[in-house]
Ligand binder design. Sequence first.
Ligand code: COA
Length: 207
Amino acid sequence: MAHPSTLYQVNGKLGNPHFQLQSKSIPELTLRIPTTLDVAAIVEVLQNKANSEFDKSVSDATPEELESIAQRWTIVNEPLTHVNFLVQHNGQVLGIAGLGWIGPVNSDGATATCHAERAGAAGVMLQPFGRGKGYAYEALRVVFDYGLRELGLVEIRVGSHLGNLPMKGLMEKFGLQPEATAEEAVDQFGNDLLWIVKRDEWFRTDY
Ligand SMILES: CC(C)(COP(=O)(O)OP(=O)(O)OC[C@H]1O[C@@H](n2cnc3c(N)ncnc32)[C@H](O)[C@@H]1OP(=O)(O)O)[C@@H](O)C(=O)NCCC(=O)NCCS
């Protein structure tokens, strides 16, 4: 069992209504699982074109699809398939961050046992008014650590688009270099950049 994180305080238990992660370096910054009352706030974040310019999974979605995405995020399932958080600052919703996918680390997931090692895919999206203040870095740092430490994931993948300079800059701040920029690496959402955060490396490095 990994030691508790020095980066954030875990309040409550995942799945419990008061569960939240509170940043230690920015205590006003919290991450919590949305409830059905937050669906409209999530849709507002997803619908803002300034947020989805590089994210086809969102920019191509209809309002009904966005609502269904947001509804899905209110559910904590077992085994976990996703953990998406609302990012708040002093109670104000800034955006979202989390693991939109959790699954077997190897692509032959269909044959994997329930004890197979798991990986996650992370992302962060903040409303323009919340940007440029280090909150995205902090939210993603908490998500990475929570996924690797508390959920026991072996790696977390982050996909983005070559043209997404803010995201490239953000990942560089973690000292991470993309794995692949080759055209053949483009996924179904148009992402042509992939970073992989490995558990062992994460625990060896001081982020
Ligand atoms: C990417 C995004 C989350 C960054 O948010 P942010 O709040 O500005 O990021 P932070 O303030 O935490 O900045 C952290 C680092 O990112 C880098 N960065 C942020 N904005 C940048 C920009 N416009 N250009 C280059 N680097 C940038 C910098 O290295 C910065 O560190 P510094 O302030 O010490 O220089 C935000 O632009 C966003 O929500 N974009 C739309 C959604 C999206 O594309 N998400 C990524 C897909 S997963």
